[in-house]
Every structure is written in C-alpha cells, then in structure tokens.
Design a protein around this ligand. Structure first.
Ligand code: TRP
Ligand code: ZN
Length: 880
C-alpha cells in the first residue's frame, strides 16, 4: 500500500545450507575512511542439503566489491552477479576456495552494525546479520567455521588490535603500520566474529579453572576509565566460578577479553573470547554508578560470559531459535544474580520487569511466541518475550524436573550438542530424555503467544471441612493465533490457616497430607478442580508462590485477605505480591473516584511493615513501592493517563503525611555511615532510605527538602545523589535548577553520568517536561548518533514518563514520530525500538488513539523507511 512491502521470513521455509564453510581467513587493512577486507573461504557442498540450481549465493550488503577469485583464478563479471544484498557465483564445483576483496567505510556506519567507528576506535557488531556488511559470506548461524584473522593498522592510532581466539603473531610493518594475527580454534557462526582496533588500556587479572588451567582476563577501556573496572572484573571472576559449580561449565580459551565501547545498540555482545560491551555495563565507581548500575553490570557480564556455552559452543540453527540461547542464558544470569545477592528481591525484580514489558508485548500487536513463526527484520525480535518469557519457560522446566534432574538434563544438552547449531526442540528433548517426563504439551509455551489468565475460585464447605479450588485457564487471541490450546502450567500453592501458618495439604483421595508448606499442582486442562480436605476453617490460599509460571492470576481476595497474606505468607514473593495487589486496588479506586478514602487498616499495615525490626530492608523497600503509572494503565480497560497520575501523587502524599514520623525515623536510621559497599545489606538500606525520602518529599515540607539537599550535596555515592536529584528536579523551583546545574558542572565530562542528567529531566513529571526535552535536544552534549544518549533523553521521555508522553494534545506523539523519522536513516534499530512506545495505541481513549494512529501513519508514509521501522509501524496498524 505505502511502498514495496519487504518480504517476511518464515520458520517453515527453513532449509539446511547448500554449502558449508570449513575455514575462513580474513585480512583487514584498517582505516576509518576505507578499510579493505580480504576473505578466503574454504567451501564445500553440504551432504545433508538438497541440491539447488548449481549457483552459490553469498550474503553481502554495502560492500564495494574489488576482486573475486575462485580457486586462485580471478573471475570476471560474467561469472557472477552482484546486487544490493548478495553475490551469486553462477557455476561452482563441490569444493572451492573463494577469495573476495571489498572496501567498507566504518566512519560512515551510523547503524552500528558491521564494522564501525566509536570515538577513536574501530569495532564490530555482527549479531544478528552484521557480518554481511563486512564481507560476502553465508551469514547464517548454522554455518560454523574456523577463523583466522589478520589485522593491519597504523601503530600509533591503533596500538591495540583484537579479534577472537588466541593471538598467534604480531609484527611491525613499514610506514608505521603493524600486524596482529588471531586464530580461533572453535568453529563459530559469523555473528560471533569480532574485531577491535584502538588506543586502549587494559585491566588484567586471571582465573584458574576447576581443572587447573590459567585463563588471562583482560578488560579494555579508554585510559581514563581504568579506575572504573574493578567491579566488572570481580563480577567476571564470580561468574566463571559459578558456572563451574552450578552447571559444570569451564572456560575453554587461554584468554577472555572484554572491551567497553560507548556507541552500542544493545547491552553487550558475546563474541567468542572477545565480548564487546556497551560501556554502561562495564564502568562503575561508587561516585559515578548507582546500585542499579552495579547490579546491571554484574548481571550483564555474567550473561555474556554464560553465552560461551549457551550460545557459542552450542548455537542456534536459525534466528527463530533465538530464545534457545537468550532464554536459557537469561535464566542462568538470573540464577547467578540470585546467588550473589538476595534471591527474594531478585525474583521480585525479574517479575516486575516481565509484567512491565513482556505482558504488554504479549497483549499487543507485535505479540509473538517465544519461538516466533515469522519476521520481516530479525532485529525487531530481540524482545522481552524471547529473553524474559524465554527464561521463564526454562525456569518452569527446571522446576518441573527438580535441581538434580535439571542438572542431568543440561549436562546431556552440553554433551549431545556441543559444536552444533540446534533448536529449542532439541533443548526440550534433552529435558525429556534426562528425566523421562513427557513435555509434549509443555512445548506449547514455545509456539503459542499470549499471557494465560488463570481465574481461580475457592469454596469452603464448613460441614465437610473441604476447600475446593476451581481453576480455569484462558489465553486471549494474538495476531495470527485466534484459538489457543491449554498450557501445561505448574502452580505452586499453599493454604494459610487462621493463625497465618501453612496448613498440611491433603487432596481428596490421598492417603495422607503432605507437610505444611508449598505444593505444586500441574494444570493441563481448560478447567480443573482441586479438593483439599481435613480443614477446620476457611483457609486463605496463597497462589502462584514464587511466580512459578508467566501467567496472570484472578482471585477474588478481600482487602483483609491481602493484608493477611502481606503479613503472614511464608512465601516472600507472595507477601510482596499481596502488597502490590492491594496498592493497585487502592490506586485504581482513587482513579475511579478521587474522593475515595484510604481505609485506616492500610496505613496500619504500612506502618507495621515499616517498623518491623526483623524485616529485610531491600524486601521492605520493594513491598512499599507503589506500582508504576504505566503498570496501573495496563490494568485498565482504557488507560486513564491523568487520573492515574493524580491518584499516584495523591496516595504518595497521603502516605507521606500519615506516616511522616515513621518515615523520618527510617530515613535517619538508614543514612550512610561508612564507605560505599555494593552488598545486599547496604543497597537495601539505601533503597529503603531513599523510598522514605521520596514519600516525605511528596508532602512538600521544609525538613524533607533540606534533607534532600544535604543528601545531594554530601555526595556519598551516586545512588544517593541520583535519588536526591530526581526528587529535587520533581520538586522544581530554584532548588531543582540549582541541583541540575551543580550536577552538570561536576559531571559533564563523564558521558555515562551525563546520561543520568538527561534522563532525570526527561522523566520528571513536571508539566513543562516536553518543552525541556526539546531544549535538551539542542544541547551541545546531545547527539542522535549515540544510542545511550538517545535512550537517556528521547527513550526515557517516551517510555518512562506516561503522564507527559501521553499528553492529551498529542505533542508527545509528534515529538516521538519526528525523532523516529530523523533517526531511521541513521540507526534503524534504535528508531524502531523507540517507535514501539506507540505500539499499544489501542489501549488509550479515542482522542489519543487517533493522534497516535496519525503519527504512525505519517511514519509509514515516509518514502524510505527501514525494514525495522516498517515492520513495527505496519504491524501496529494491522486490524485485529
Ligand atoms: N546477543 C546479545 C545478548 O543478548 C544481544 C545483542 C547485542 C544484539 N548486540 C546486538 C542483538 C545487536 C542484535 C543486534 O547478549
Ligand atoms: Zn544474550
């Protein structure tokens, strides 16, 4: 309708590659303006593939082809065809050596895919299909080859030259150049190739593996960042040890390198032996990084390291299997972080993330299964569904099998598939083979999209002492999938007696009860009934303990039930969840009726929790945090943007007023005393203290403002400084402006800290925020070419400021659409991600719907839209 529709790729069209590549020798003459890439590929016909038309088609984009030779004979243009996406050799033998030479231009590469320039360094990003922007190749993950890489560059500009594997040669060349050669002994798909050239310094350490081998560890950064690598290095060592202990996985090369880059589309990349990171996930010092940053670094370092086995040694057959590596690796990094910090808090945060991003995605126009069926642009499918829901699907299997069987199953997976490119189905088969369980129905989690809704009813019969739970499951339709078959769902539950303790559980027909505690019911049907007997009073059910499955739960709890669970549930996750349900209920009540009062028992419970001396502070901070405005919006039929904001502010203020003395005490008692430590205890203390300060600031009293200003000025650590700055900016006035000025003056040369300065302004709920964001677009420190900067200003405004982004006049939408159109030609991945901020336009009122729709149509009408943005915009508008 708007232009040539890009074609979509389907899982059922998968065919094995006609050719395999055994060996690749690459030679780069590096130069930011024009780099020459010579590739020698040893190819042979794949015995497992059906024969095609006798041609050989290699992927290649934006390459200036200079030379082609087959088996040392130069080819002429009659022997091949070149178009914008490929090089096709017209007649090829069953075995051949192909030589190509191309030119590429890293300095013009703003998409940050392939070889590009970041500051003074050159680096690569090849996942998913970036290698084809470096050289002609079979750029698909089921073609695994051994690589030798020769790098030649000016010695002064690029003293450090890195690639995958081990360094096998280095020498000086004439004209001030030098050469370094790398050899990677492990066959790998092209998306794991990497090179780095730059003037970098390294922090070095080592690791002795379980079998006694010594591994050199190096973190490369720009020299001025050398003092911000300690935490990353310690995280890496912990991750390496943990993977040996928990999964029996040892590292396999003599050196493991990490490079921090400041222009990066995503978090980090697991290239074999040479992980490339967004510097946000490497650099930290207590005065520059918050607790959340420290946590993020620990998690992402572990994630990329864990990919060495789950992703690299065993990779994906095709990109539909992306969750094979991502879901499993996220599960592994979640478990690692749980072991390093507080398991309970980690679970809460993971579920919060899932509910905030994956559930809406699963209910929107781009809903897709964990293993998608089709895509136009694979970069659009690095999603919360593939990553976070994929991790939940692995977690369910781990829980169904139990720890020993699950370990046997992963051992089997690593042994059976080492060196292969496989599917999610191969993974599940290992789970089945090691456990003897039938996961046939369970597999639906991989191919049905949508979040199942469990509607549970409890019925107590006082005469028989029986309590019956009736559970129905229903999964709403998603694009292309109208009718859903029932899922196999593990449901961990407990029943609380009148004293708040877990009851022994006995189902009708069972000879005896199981010990008091949690029991896992397995659902397989649309409706099921469980009848518990021998109960002398109506129990309060604690359902979905620990969040055993990515589902939504509906149960008709009374306020008293929720308060009871919040106070007594033996499951920490459900204590938190009961509190969240209650807060959500109060807030939605205020949305419906701003005059609705808050029942006294709520303040009592809040106060009791706050003053409980035995409570874990980090957990308490989670319990007492209000659900976000966007999450509240997701719970409404039609999002009431302004009503939610009003309710949110009102409840915060009430809590501050009613609990002022207690909050003040908590604030004072938990202030920082010693030097910063990133421990669960210390960060829990900071979280609780800053939460208390937040409520106090809502009241707007002079004392709180003063505390906030002194905390900001004291500058003990970035966690406290940012918490105070955020509150001061929301407070506004001279105090807010002053704090922003001070902060800017102190940190304008630290790019990652400056990102915080931008985002704190973009997420302020002050009415003039969009105006301010527009001004900041023109700030000398703003650039559309740095994704972190774009995310910190534009991304933060559009995805973390519901009330201002969704302003009723549509100005926020116009702003976003303008930015998308501006960014799309530069960096389609970032443009398309931003655009997703409008994808749920149908959840809003008719006025806002029309405004968003018009902006999406304006984007779609653009003459030269990337596949990335086209896919998101067109799917957003598809009729339901
Ligand atoms: N494999 C990376 C990870 O999850 C993801 C990634 C990094 C990526 N950079 C990318 C995906 C660029 C697509 C494009 O760890
Ligand atoms: Zn990953």
């Amino acid at each position: 309708m708007y232009r040539n529709t890009p074609h979509s790729i389907s899982l059922h069209d998968y065919r094995p590659p006609e050719f395999l590549i055994d060996r690749v020798d690459l030679r780069f003459e590096l130069d930011p303006e024009r780099t020459s890439v010579e590739a020698r590929l040893r190819l042979r016909r794949n015995p497992a593939a059906t024969r095609g038309d006798g041609t050989l088609r290699l992927h290649g984009e934006q390459l200036d082809l200079e030379q082609v030779a087959m088996d040392d004979h130069p080819l002429t243009p009659t022997d091949y065809r070149v178009d914008a996406e490929s090089l096709t050799l017209l007649r090829v033998p069953d075995r051949l050596t192909l030589l190509t030479r191309v030119r590429i231009h890293p300095n013009l590469n703003t998409a940050l895919e392939g070889l590009y320039q970041s500051g003074d360094m050159l680096c690569t990003q090849c996942e998913a299909e970036g290698f084809r922007r470096i050289t002609y190749f079979l750029d698909r993950p089921d073609v695994m080859a051994r690589y030798g890489t020769t790098l030649v560059a000016d010695r002064r500009r690029f003293p450090v030259l890195l690639s995958n594997g081990n360094r096998v040669e280095s020498q000086d060349l004439p004209d001030g150049r030098h050469l370094v050669r790398w050899e990677d002994p492990f066959p790998k798909p092209s998306y794991l190739f990497a090179l780095i050239a730059g003037d970098l310094s390294a922090v070095e350490d080592r690791f002795i593996t379980a079998s006694g081998r010594e591994v050199e560890l190096k973190i490369y950064v720009e020299p001025h960042n050398l003092d911000k690598c300690d935490h990353a290095m310690r995280s890496l060592q912990k991750a390496m040890r943990w993977d040996e202990e928990r999964f029996g996985r040892e590292y396999d090369l003599d050196v493991f390198m990490i490079v921090a880059v400041s222009h990066f589309n995503m978090g980090a990349m697991e290239n074999k032996g040479l992980n490339v990171f967004n510097d946000k996930y490497v650099l930290a010092r207590p005065d520059t990084a918050t607790d959340a940053d420290f946590e993020g670094i620990e998690g992402v370092i572990a994630h990329e390291y864990f990919h060495n086995w789950t992703g690299n040694r065993i990779t994906c057959r095709d990109w539909f299997q992306l969750s094979l590596k991502e879901g499993f690796t996220v599960y592994r990094d979640q478990e690692f972080s749980a072991d390093m910090g507080s398991r309970g808090v980690k679970r809460i945060n993971d579920v919060r993330l899932l509910r905030a991003h994956q559930f809406p995605e699963d209910g929107g126009p781009m809903a897709h299964p964990v293993r998608p069926e089709s895509y136009i642009e694979i970069n659009n499918f690095y999603t919360a569904t593939v990553y976070q829901k994929g991790a939940e699907v692995v977690r369910m299997q781990a829980n169904l099998l139990g720890p020993e069987r699950f370990r046997q199953a992963t051992d089997l997976y690593f042994e059976r598939h080492d060196g292969q490119a496989v599917t999610t189905d191969d993974f599940v088969r290992c789970m089945e083979d090691a456990s003897g369980r039938d996961l046939g129905q369970f597999r639906r989690w991989y191919d049905q999209a949508g979040t199942p809704e469990l509607t549970v009813a409890g019925d107590y019969d006082a005469t028989s002492g029986a309590y019956t739970l009736t559970i129905r499951q229903y999964t709403p339709p998603t694009p292309g999938q109208v009718v859903k078959a029932p899922f196999h769902i593990p449901l961990a539950i407990g029943l609380l007696g009148p004293d708040g303790r877990d009851l022994p559980l006995r189902l009708a027909g069972e000879p005896s009860a199981t010990a008091p505690g949690t029991r896992v019911l397995e659902l397989r049907e649309v409706e099921e009934r469980f009848c518990f007997i021998d109960l002398t009073a109506r129990p309060v059910p604690s359902l979905l303990r620990g969040f055993p499955a990515p589902v939504k739960l509906r149960f008709d709890y009374s306020d008293d039930d929720l308060l009871f669970l919040m106070a007594h549930d033996s499951d920490g996750f459900n204590r938190w969840d009961a509190a969240q349900t209650l807060l959500q209920r109060l807030l939605l009540g205020l949305v419906a009726d701003p005059e609705a009062g808050i029942p006294e028992h709520f303040f009592d419970a809040f106060r009791r929790a706050l003053l409980d001396p035995s409570s874990d502070r980090a957990l308490l901070a989670e319990v007492l945090t209000l659900p976000s405005e966007s999450y509240l919006g997701d719970q409404m039929e039609v999002v009431d943007v302004d009503g939610i904001h009003r309710a949110y502010m009102a409840l915060g203020r009430l809590v501050g007023e009613r609990l002022r003395e207690d909050l003040l005490r908590v604030y004072r008692d938990n202030r920082e005393t010693g030097p910063y430590a990133f421990t669960p205890e210390a960060s829990g203390r900071r979280a609780l203290k800053n939460l208390a300060l937040g409520y106090l600031m809502r009241v707007g009293d002079a004392q709180a403002l003063q505390d906030c200003q002194s905390q900001f000025a004291a500058g003990h650590n970035m966690t406290d400084v940012m918490a105070a700055l955020r509150l001061l900016v929301d407070h506004g006035g001279a105090e807010g402006a002053q704090a922003l000025d001070d902060f800017y003056r102190r940190w304008s040369r630290e790019s990652l800290v400056l990102d915080k300065w931008f985002s704190v302004q973009a997420t302020s709920s002050r009415p003039d925020t969009l105006e301010r964001v527009r001004q900041l677009m023109g700030h000398t420190d703003f650039s559309l070419r740095n994704p972190n900067r774009v995310r910190s200003l534009v991304g933060a405004f559009c995805t973390a400021n519901q009330v201002r982004f969704h302003a009723v006049d549509g100005d926020g939408y116009r702003f976003l659409a303008d930015r998308v159109l501006e960014l799309d030609p530069l960096n389609p991945q970032i443009a398309s991600r931003l655009l997703k901020a409008m994808i749920r336009w149908r959840c809003f009122d008719p006025g806002r719907q029309a405004l968003m729709r018009a902006e999406i149509e304006r984007i779609l009408a653009s003459e030269e839209l990337s596949n990335d943005a086209f896919e998101v915009a067109s799917k957003a508008l598809e009729s339901r």
